[in-house]
Design a protein. Sequence first.
Length: 318
Amino acid sequence: MRGPMYEVLAEVVRNDFVESRHYGSVVGVAPDGSVAYARGAVDETVLPRSTTKPFQAVACLSAGAPLAGERLAIAAGSHTGEDFHLAAVEAILAGAGLGVEALRCPPSWPEDEPTKAALIRAGQGESRERMNCSGKHAAMLAACAANGWPTESYLDPDHPLQREVARIMGEAAGEEPSPVAVDGCGAPLFGLTLTGLARAMATLVRADGPYRAVADAMRAHPEYVGGTGHANTEFMRLLPGCVAKGGAEGVLVAATADGSAVAVKVIDGSPRATTAIALRALAALGVDTTPAAPLGAVPVLGGGRPVGEIRTTPEGHQ
């Protein structure tokens, strides 16, 4: 039996020689949710990884977590562990009457290299609060505190909060989330088709209530969704009104203010071309992505200087 037909979405070109190819799928939906752009196996189920975070933040809000502004943005983000991120995480926990010891995400170094270097010089090590998912975990704990739910078991798939996450994801995507896996941070991870994931992003920017609140917080505070120089942060700064969120294993989603949305899955798991692929898909939907052109130009280096590029490929490329 022949498997799913993925397309070559990007090529790594070194001195005019195609050195590597990234296969995968990408889908774009119009504001009404209809599929307007599709390449590859767009109806195949994927594990959304950290692109799930905006919907986990929606679930926390709907469950009564008192989140707004930067604290809501970091709940929906994968932060780089800078000091201002740490302050937001600690503030969320303090508001819930909890300390960093309540976090169940694994200890990690911050992704921001200057911050990591400063910690090493100070003799400090990995910590849970610097882990890029700690904002989400703090928000989950805040939702538990608001409801009197147990905090020790907040990562159990049968916990009331995780059931609310599954409900929100199904509502946003218009399909039943499946399978249930465990994300890298330890939280339950609910699978969706790539098309369902794009439709969920369209819901995020078009629906009212907690959905709109999360989208607005991400747009207003993109530095809390990523961090200094982070691709997601720069995506939203260069294209005002857009919401963008990447995840591990080559997943990325983006949506415009009017509800046009795209979802990308690179099968080899590499994220190095996902932003460029998403920008190409948005352009195919009629979005002016010119201001974000620098994000679509990924250089290939030789001897410390550009000798090629990672370029997206046209439709039908095999």
